[in-house]
Unconditional design. Sequence first.
Length: 314
Amino acid sequence: MSCRKLDGAAAAAAIRAELAPQVQAFTQRCGRPPSLAIVLVGDDPASAVYVRGKERTGSETGLRVTIHRLPKETTLDEVLTLVKRFNGDAECDGILVQSPLPAAMGQDAEVRVVDAIDPARDVDGLHPYNVGLLAQGRVRMAPCTPSGVIELLDREGLPIAGRHAVVIGRSAIVGKPMSMLLLQRDATVTVCHSKTSDLPAITRQADILVSAVGRPGFVTSDMVKPGAAVVDVGTTPISDRALAVRLFGEGSPRVSALAARGSIVVGDVHPSVAGIAGALSPVPGGVGPLTIAMLLKNTLAAATAREQSTRGAD
Ligand code: GUN
């Protein structure tokens, strides 16, 4: 069976090209670009790479993206104070506090930080107010990765309504909002997680299979229905050559890339799934670029909504 590549990089480029003139128009109307404040606490290397990608792509699209880097010793109160400052800044449209926060900040740090973000500036779509609207089918700001998956399916012409979509993972940032967005598009949705029994029996029923567990090669070909659309949300950096060889085979370009760079990012879906799926999103170049494109889209939407509400108050 021939497997179509779901080209997230191309879809993301198309979204950014659509956004650029809207960003330009906003900038002309308001005398400033839509602006996004990103808070990065600590020195998690993967987070540093993601945040740089958001800054670079945002700037290329005409947004003002500022990264606020804080040392790993920063206290939760200090982060909350910064978030409150952004909430009161008339020229700040979007706030994103990069996860994970350092473990020393405490188990509930991420929840406390998200709760403190003004819902109108919550471009991650994680504030309980925005999650509630999403659950009610009144989406205002949806989390970027799952909304990127929907964009990818739409732009690749893959129907959602009436399909059985199986989501592996129930995180607040991907699995849960993914299931709600698919449900809203009239898919029949099953959410699987670490306590699901006989996972392959369920995933084999999926017309659309979305994996967001963060375990390299977790989804194997015996778990996939022939012809299914498989979306790989996993992005795990690996530096273990033996693991790369197990996944991709000796002599593969990915193993050479690991040798050259010291690490590579791999998805949840085992490469052998390409032999059975009808469509598959690669890692890298699948959902990752779409996450950033949707962040920019949410930031523009937040800026425009704030512009309109300010005008309404005049
Ligand atoms: N860490 C990994 N992905 C994300 C994301 O989309 N938003 C935030 N805030 N942190 C992340």
